[in-house]
Design a protein around this ligand. Structure first.
Ligand code: 5BU
Length: 269
């Protein structure tokens, strides 16, 4: 079977023709820093988040947050993350997984204590509510140059995002337009050969273990990027669980992810 056409292209060439400024920035950063690694910083204290971010920054194209787990959150944390994103050259992805009607998600995205739209370049949404969630989030995020990805699949065992559900998620993205919906959380290339240039961003990546005992399922960067054709690997605990090896682990995943990408280009050249 012929490889998916997107997997034969460099990140740089994809950046050059992308209509969304956040996707462009992400793809340009990936090429410039030679990394398809997104680190998921799932710790609960602001100082620890900032410490991990500073340590992994040289090796990442993107930093992913769950801002609602932060116990000492103030908006200063968000402002500092945004400042670091510019200084240390990465994109911010708040993994908020919005899942309500359009009017509510617009408020959740723009308002409350977190004001996510004001500092997070990228966020994501479930498609359970239907396309209204995309327009609701777009009302707050589009004017800011942000981007949205849809959960077409998940990494956890027994999840319901498969088959027709996944296909409907992809169809919703097509209808929304690439200037706002730039891709998916998915485990493989869920888009078709003639689709616009969607990003496939993939959690459940680990080099040392296959699971976490709570339903998470890990695959290696090679399986994810080379075999499944995904674009960005998300790694959390694999990088920060050993507090003394955060930078070293980030480097290890960056190298593994980039090698898998280079091998994928060679295979399809
Ligand atoms: P881990 O420590 O590498 O297992 O962290 C994975 C992160 O990705 C964590 O923040 C999850 O909330 C997130 N995630 C996921 O693991 N699987 C999914 O399908 C989605 C998000 Br969507």
């Amino acid at each position: 079977m012929a490889p998916h056409p997107v997997t034969t292209k460099t990140y740089a060439s994809r950046a050059a023709s992308h209509p969304n400024s956040t996707a462009r920035r992400l793809l340009e950063t990936m090429e410039r820093k030679k990394t398809n690694l997104c680190v998921s910083v799932d710790v609960t204290k602001s100082a620890e988040i900032l410490d991990i971010v500073r340590q992994v920054a040289p090796y990442v194209c993107m930093v992913k947050t769950h801002i609602d787990i932060v116990e000492d959150f103030t908006i200063d944390l968000a402002h500092e993350l945004r400042r670091l994103a510019d200084e240390l050259d990465f994109v911010i992805f708040e993994d908020r997984k919005f899942a309500d009607i359009g009017n509510t998600v617009e408020l959740q995205y723009s308002s409350g204590v977190h004001k996510i739209a004001s500092w997070s370049h990228l966020t994501n949404a479930h498609v359970v509510p239907g396309p209204g969630i995309i327009t609701g989030l777009g009302a707050a995020g589009k004017p800011l140059g942000n981007a949205l990805i849809l959960l077409a699949e998940m990494s956890s065992a027994g999840n319901l995002a498969s088959g027709e559900y996944t296909e409907k998620a992809v169809q919703m993205a097509r209808e929304a337009g690439l200037d706002w919906v730039v891709g998916f959380i998915a485990m493989h290339r869920v888009d078709k050969a003639d689709d616009p240039d969607f990003l496939v961003i993939t959690p459940g990546v680990g080099l040392d273990v296959r699971g976490d005992g709570r339903g998470q399922q890990y695959r290696t960067p090679h399986e994810v990027v080379h075999d499944s054709g995904c674009d960005v690997i998300i790694v959390g605990r694999g990088i920060y669980k050993n507090k003394d090896a955060v930078a070293a682990e980030a480097k290890r995943y960056q190298e593994a992810g980039w090698k898998a990408y280079e091998e994928r280009l060679q295979r399809t050249a």
